[in-house]
Design a protein around this ligand. Structure first.
Ligand code: ADP
Ligand code: 5GP
Length: 212
């Protein structure tokens, strides 16, 4: 069945919840199903990251230029750095009815929901707050100070969780990846997302119409 459109999917979650890890595994398991939007950011590159893979790393001036040139679909600040979604890639995928995933924070997510009311909003969290801290510390990419700042942001972001459509607890990674995949696939089959198939079937059934 051909669905009406591709889905705009947003995945948010506390820093250290495992968003990046889930995305990596989801794309490895289903390389042809999903397209991940790569954001621009002014934050420093972490060890192991690559420009153009995790992010397009930009100076503040370059980022400002992107805003000025209307190249970003949305942007927000997070702990003193700018992050934004390049517009062209998302628009291109929408045009080709492909699913696109934006891994972005909560303010950006709400902006996307305003722009695309039928966007699917997923929120991921670890099984406990203590585990969140363990993961951030264990990742070893931020100083103690930045970890404390990111945990404080999580406390604020928790107030926005109820605005999302689905909650994924990232306890066992494989389960979380399957849940994200299953939710997205089920979402495609919503009656409201299949008006073309319904219309076509109704047209075809007309040949069976009887006057009595
Ligand atoms: P985020 O992108 O949400 O900030 P990451 O994907 O970088 O989070 O994950 C944070 C840390 O937690 C990483 O070291 C990652 O390997 C680890 N991690 C992710 N998912 C799990 C999980 N299900 N169980 C244990 N550790 C995990
Ligand atoms: P990190 O520095 O851990 O990679 O990302 C910090 C936060 O910024 C995360 O919540 C991440 O989802 C978010 N983020 C990444 N890219 C974007 C983006 O393009 N727009 C918005 N609004 N948030 C983003």
């Amino acid at each position: 069945m051909m669905h009406d459109k591709g889905l705009v999917i947003v995945l948010s979650g506390f820093s250290g919840a495992g968003k990046g890890t889930i995305m990596k595994h989801l794309l490895e398991a289903h390389p042809t199903d999903y397209n991940l939007s790569i954001s621009a950011t002014t934050r420093e590159m972490r060890a192991g990251e690559k420009d153009g893979r995790e992010y397009f790393f930009k100076t503040k001036e370059e980022f400002d230029k992107m805003i000025e040139n209307d190249e970003l679909l949305e942007y927000a600040t997070f702990n003193g750095n700018f992050y934004g979604t390049p517009k062209a890639y998302v628009e291109q995928l929408i045009e080709h009815k492909k699913d696109v995933i934006l891994e972005i924070e909560t303010h950006g997510a709400l902006k996307v929901k305003e722009m695309f009311p039928d966007a699917l909003l997923l929120f991921t969290m670890p099984p406990s707050a203590a585990e969140l801290k363990n993961r951030l510390v264990g990742r070893g990419t931020e100083t103690e100070e930045v970890i404390a700042q990111r945990l404080a942001i999580s406390n604020k972001e928790a107030d926005i969780m109820e605005k999302y459509d689905y909650l994924i607890v990232n306890d066992t990674l494989e389960k979380a990846v399957d849940q994200v995949h299953n939710i997205i696939q089920a979402e495609h089959f919503k009656v409201s997302r299949n008006s073309t198939a319904i219309k076509e079937m109704k047209e075809q059934l007309k040949i069976f119409e009887r006057s009595n």
